[in-house]
Design a protein. Structure first.
Length: 255
């Protein structure tokens, strides 16, 4: 009888130990981590920004082509760093999820994806304080990857990462604004060229060319409208993650 009671007690302790990560606060942390895929829109728009010149080039004059080619060189150099910001925030969110008891995240791969750091691109709005915030965030994530799953570790990571996360998200907002302005400029170049050249086509001699140009004009208008909506969604997603992060911080006592 005593042996049975011992086994029941051990089973109960094991059960309680397994549920340590199942408090409402830890459930809220895991829910926050699950929002990480919403950062995907930022990644897609970063890649679209990277490829701006390839879309513009057929519509550029010779003088505009030289200018845009130089801008393309700068974009190609900067976009790897722009993309890293999203990976840093995602790794932070998933590190929190792992520490809160979600074993679905492979933090070894996440840490490797963060690379050796980024540099400032002042013309884009990505400044030195954003770079420092990203570096601090990556150090925190790397350290958190080796810590055991427990509420104290979650609280420590959130407390230490508060400022860095805020600044990295700020940088992402700034870059999304840059992407939007660049897309608007691309739209003016592409649609401007079509609108300028179409009136000079002879409806009889250039009938097929005119039909193709008008079709492309329509498709491009739809494309730029959709990209503007995608950018607005990406900004909205970032704002939602910022709000969720603030609400989560409010659930944990400050030191």
């Amino acid at each position: 009888m005593k042996t049975t009671r011992v086994f029941l007690l051990l089973g109960l302790l094991a059960l309680l130990g397994g549920c340590a990560g199942s408090t409402p606060r830890m459930a809220a942390v895991r829910s926050f981590a699950a929002q990480a895929p919403q950062l995907g829109a930022y990644h897609e728009l970063t890649e679209r920004y990277r490829n701006t010149y390839q879309r513009e080039q057929p519509f550029l004059s010779a003088s505009a082509d030289a200018r845009e080619r130089e801008l393309d060189r700068q974009r190609q150099a900067a976009c790897d760093d722009f993309a890293q910001l999203q990976r840093g925030v995602q790794a932070y969110m998933q590190a929190l999820g792992r520490l809160a008891g979600d074993g679905a995240y492979d933090m070894e791969d996440q840490v490797k994806s963060l690379g050796d750091g980024i540099k400032a691109w002042p013309d884009s709005g990505l400044s030195e304080h954003h770079v420092s915030a990203y570096a601090g965030l990556t150090r925190l994530v790397a350290r958190a990857a080796t810590r055991p799953m427990q509420e104290a570790a979650v609280q420590q990571l959130m407390r230490d990462g508060r400022s860095s996360v805020q600044q990295v998200l700020e940088a992402m907002h700034i870059l999304l604004t840059l992407y939007g302005k660049t897309s608007d400029n691309e739209e003016k170049i592409v649609l401007g060229m079509l609108e300028t050249e179409l009136p000079f086509l002879d409806p009889r001699r250039d009938r097929l060319l005119q039909a193709l140009a008008r079709s492309q004009q329509h498709d491009k208008r739809v494309e730029y409208h959709l990209i503007a909506a995608r950018n607005a969604l990406a900004q909205k997603n970032l704002a939602a993650i910022e709000q969720s992060h603030r609400m989560l911080l409010d659930q944990f006592p400050h030191p």
